[in-house]
Design a protein around this ligand. Structure first.
Ligand code: OSB
Ligand code: MG
Length: 367
């Protein structure tokens, strides 16, 4: 495959409600879309970097900069496919979200040319996936209970509560008491605790959570292993896992017994699949995380979430959980599930008038 040029397009998408985590509050999504143009097809990739470097070191302006300055110029002139992109970008350290967006756009163009869906290409064995929802930190417990009630009424099969010191045991207890033992419930701390908080986190053990996600700092893999020994609730890693090598280390050290796979965080769908394969070989459950994606990123995540090792419901929620209007046709929940797109490539594309309405800037790079 030969690439004619690449568009870097920024879109601004207001969120339906502020989303608060231990690292900040999001009220809108500033998204970088990568569009790869080849003689036979176009391909789309969504960069999941956020506007501020608080979840990880990447941020959207930085991702655009590294793409135009280093990643796009490093692409081979000819014979481009997703694997060639991965090899060509390998010398550049880090910047996995930027790399993932470019690799995904190329993979999408490659698969559209071949008339093959991403789901099939990755090895999916389901055409719909059960969906969970990630619920932000709220001002009060009654407000949280209302939000959870609303999501359960919509059909979500699993609830994830964002936690931080001061917003942990009480909200978890309230949700468990109100919605019962049958509710699939888990929490995500986004690295807000230290090992000294182990006694506090152990107070979550009686509530039969599916998992505690990323309680400690990103680089605290050894301390996660120590914490795991002190808790009954399984630990899941998100921020700490940026590659299959990190996943292997975490499993060897028993720092996690479950992994949240986000393709952007690990540099793309090829590496995401490797982590899936590794975990599956070791009988370790994985699930598909999210980064408040638009329909472009969501479509590709659903393809991944349909692989056989994704045995826990993911944060692959419906479009309306995030946006009043999505940039693609909206993904809608049906009995707690989303359909996996089965068209060529990621199987969806932006609706042109919405794309234009959301666009804040666009730049064309000729190869
Ligand atoms: O830690 O999983 C996370 C959103 C943005 C950044 C990090 C995280 C999240 C979520 C929401 O929890 C996932 C989603 O619904 O897309
Ligand atoms: Mg997380």
């Amino acid at each position: 495959m030969k690439i004619d040029g690449i568009e870097l397009r920024r879109i601004a998408m207001p969120l339906v409600a502020p989303f608060r985590t231990s690292f900040g509050v999001e009220t809108a999504r500033d998204v970088l879309l990568v569009r790869v143009v080849t003689p036979d097809a176009e391909g789309w990739g969504e960069c999941v970097a956020m506007d501020l470097p608080l979840y990880s070191s990447e941020y959207v302006e930085g991702a655009a900069d590294v793409l135009r300055r280093f990643l796009i110029p490093a692409l081979p002139r000819d014979g481009v496919d997703a694997h060639a992109v991965e090899r060509a970008l390998e010398p550049v350290k880090g910047h996995r979200m930027a790399k993932a967006a470019l690799q995904t756009a190329v993979l999408d163009a490659e698969l559209r040319t071949a008339g093959r869906s991403l789901a099939r290409h990755l090895g999916a064995d389901r055409d719909r996936v059960p969906c969970g929802v990630s619920v932000g930190i709220m001002d009060s417990v009654p407000e949280l209970l209302d939000a959870v009630d609303g999501y359960l009424a919509e059909g979500y099969v699993r609830i994830k509560l964002k936690i931080e010191p001061g917003w942990d045991v009480e909200p978890v207890r309230a949700v468990r008491e109100r919605f019962g033992d049958g509710l699939l419930l888990q929490v995500d701390a986004n690295a807000a605790y230290t090992l000294a908080d182990a006694p506090r986190l152990a107070k979550l053990d009686p509530f039969d959570l599916l998992l505690i996600e990323q309680p400690l700092a990103d680089d605290d893999i050894v301390q996660h292993a120590e914490l795991a020994r002190r808790l009954r609730t399984p630990l899941c890693l998100d921020e700490s896992i940026e590659s299959a090598a990190h996943a292997a280390a975490a499993l060897t050290l028993r720092a996690a017994s479950i992994i949240n796979i986000k393709p952007g965080r690990v540099g793309g769908y090829l590496e995401a699949k490797r982590i899936h394969d590794l975990c599956r070989a070791h009988g370790v459950a994985v699930w598909c995380g999210g980064m408040l994606e638009t329909g472009i990123g969501r479509a590709a995540n659903l393809a991944l979430a349909a692989l056989p090792g994704f045995t826990l419901p993911g944060d692959t929620s419906a479009s309306r959980r995030y946006f009043a209007e999505d940039v693609t046709e909206p993904f809608e929940l049906d009995d707690g599930h989303l359909d996996v797109p089965d068209g060529p490539g990621i199987g969806v594309e932006p609706v042109q008038d919405r794309l234009h309405a959301f666009t804040t800037s666009s730049e064309w790079i000729t190869l």
